[in-house]
Every structure is written in C-alpha cells, then in structure tokens.
Design a protein around this ligand. Sequence first.
Ligand SMILES: [Fe+2]
Ligand SMILES: [Fe+2]
Length: 142
Amino acid sequence: MSGHRIILEEHERLDILLRDLRTVSHWETDILQERKVLLQLARDLRSLQARLREHFSTEETGAYMSEISDRKPSARAELQALHNEHGMFLDLLVSLENACLEENHAGGAAAIRLRLGQLLDLLKLHERRETALIHDVFDTLI
Ligand SMILES: [Fe+2]
Ligand SMILES: [Fe+2]
C-alpha cells in the first residue's frame, strides 16, 4: 500500500481514538477531579502519546511527506509547519499527563478539561490539514 493511503487509514483510526477522548473533555468537573478518573486519563494520554509517536514517525520517515514535497513544491511550507507541530503535540501530551498525575493541580479538573479540549481541537485540525493535503496532491477519494 502506498505511503499516503497508509496515512489516510491511520487518520481514520486516530479520529476514533480522539473522539473517545473528546467525551472526557465534556465530563462534569466533579467526576474529573476524582483521583482514579484522573489516573485513568493520565494512562489514556500516555497511550495516545505512544500511538502518535508511531504515527508521526510514519509520516516523517515514510513516503508521504517527501512524495507530496516532490509532487507539489508549493506545499513545502505547509509540510514543514505540520512536521514542526509533531514535537509540540508530544510536549503538550506529556505536560497534560503530568498535570493529571499531580495530587493538587493548580487549576484543578476544570483546567485539565479545558487543556484536553484545546489539545484535541489542535490535533483534529492538524490531521485534517494533512488529509486535505493528501487529497489535494493525490486526488484520492475515500
Ligand atoms: Fe502529522
Ligand atoms: Fe497525521
């Protein structure tokens, strides 16, 4: 299977994972401030990190980015921006996981919920931009 098709499939699977986490960002703060709930969220964020590390590595080392760069030189700035965002997402995930593990996080559950929602919005936008770029360059239909 060609590089860009693998990425499109991964984006579909990631979308489901992100939707699951989205439900957490809508929970009431009194549920979210329970210790066991925060510990579970920390574990979920850790597994998302592992998943994204793999995904980002596939994007960066697989044919996808270089193929787009070859086929559409005008997209190189966007590709570089997308590439640069990968490290930022991993940092944000680590920081949010640590906030969940803190016994007395300064902003409490409301701050964690807000940060989770913002992170998921940014991730969704990132994946959408990539998917749009792939469709634009390869003219594929799902
Ligand atoms: Fe990406
Ligand atoms: Fe992606």
